[in-house]
Design a protein around this ligand. Structure first.
Ligand code: FES
Ligand SMILES: [Fe+2]
Length: 324
């Protein structure tokens, strides 16, 4: 397991509830740790993906009632991770040490979240998920791809790239100037003031307008965007990144759309895919791969103030993985 107390003691999404429901046995990788996820009676379980007999992946095994059976010699484990049966020695009580390493797991916003340690914070809020005034759309997942998770989060917070990477859609190179805005850092993370941006085609309908963005960063790898148009069209994006390895990540994006936003779910997914697929090669190309927290290491201008606050905050928290 990668050694980063901040990320180890936090929640991270590793798969969707839907995938777990469909397959009932999912392998995932989080912070350099192989996990097996399974479900029994509505209980979500996340274990180290390793049979303690010969180190076989339990995710290759099968769920039998409320037990998980290793594919190699059929040792079976109960929901607490304890081995309860060794078929080669049916008369023998399994040794007390025959216990799989277990982790905390919970389901929120259609995702399965795992903590490898003892989380001090809950999964960050996404109020539109349970609000009947909003339609929820799960986009992605995007990845795994080769980039550090903080680089991916910083890209989501970066407004100055929009006229170039998403020119003609979310930005316009003839309107590339970024207006003044404020950023505050507190107990709950980072929050920006309202940022006005001209967008040539913000909703895929072909007409341009000035919209406002407000960002929040709740946890090192979870952020939120509130986007509002003059006509009252509003949506929010819950953005979170899974750090599989220090430089391998998956991005998850959930939308909450109010009734004014009439785009179909399929169209929105396709639209969001095209946006992210434009960002990915940029993020993958960035060097150093690890986000430099020393503000002397790269150049920062006024328009980068969310990134400056993000790097400072990560540095104060003591984040090490994905940063340098
Ligand atoms: S390796 Fe799992 S039962 Fe032998
Ligand atoms: Fe982008």
């Amino acid at each position: 397991m990668l050694n980063d107390p901040i990320l180890v003691n936090d929640w991270h999404p590793v798969t969707t509830v839907r995938e777990l429901e469909e397959t009932n046995l999912v392998a995932a990788r989080l912070l350099g740790e192989d996990l097996v996820l399974w479900r029994v009676d509505g209980q979500t379980l996340a274990w180290q993906d390793l049979c303690i007999h010969r180190g076989t992946r339990l995710s290759l095994g099968r769920v039998d009632g409320d037990e998980l059976e290793c594919p190699y010699h059929g040792w079976t484990y109960d929901t607490t991770g304890k081995c309860v049966s060794i078929p080669a020695h049916p008369e023998q009580i399994p040794p007390r040490k025959a216990v799989v390493k277990t982790y905390l797991a919970q389901e929120r916003y259609g995702l399965v979240w795992v903590s490898l340690g003892e989380p001090e914070h809950d999964v960050p809020p996404f109020p539109e998920w349970d609000d009947p005034a909003y339609r929820n759309v799960i986009c992605g997942p995007y990845g795994p791809f080769e980039a550090s998770a903080p680089r991916a989060v910083e890209n989501f917070l970066d407004v100055a790239h929009v006229p170039f990477v998403h020119g003609g859609i979310l930005g316009d190179r003839d309107h590339a100037d970024i207006p003044e805005y404020e950023v505050s850092v507190g107990q709950e993370g980072i929050e920006t003031s309202v940022i006005s941006i001209y967008q040539p085609d913000p909703y895929g309908t072909g007409s341009g307008e000035t919209v406002t963005y407000t960002y929040r960063v709740y946890r090192p790898l979870t952020a939120y965007l509130d986007k509002l148009s003059k006509d009252g069209t509003r949506f929010s994006i819950f953005f979170t990144v899974t750090p599989h390895e220090e430089t391998q990540s998956t991005v998850w994006m959930h939308y909450g759309l109010n009734e004014k936003y009439t785009i179909s779910t399929e169209e929105l997914r396709a639209f969001n895919d095209s946006i992210i697929y434009a960002d990915m090669p940029i993020i993958k190309s960035q060097r150093p791969e690890l986000l430099p927290l020393d503000l002397q290491a790269e150049l920062h201008l006024r328009s980068d103030r969310t990134a400056i606050a993000y790097r400072r905050w990560l540095n104060e928290l003591g984040l090490t993985i994905g940063t340098s």
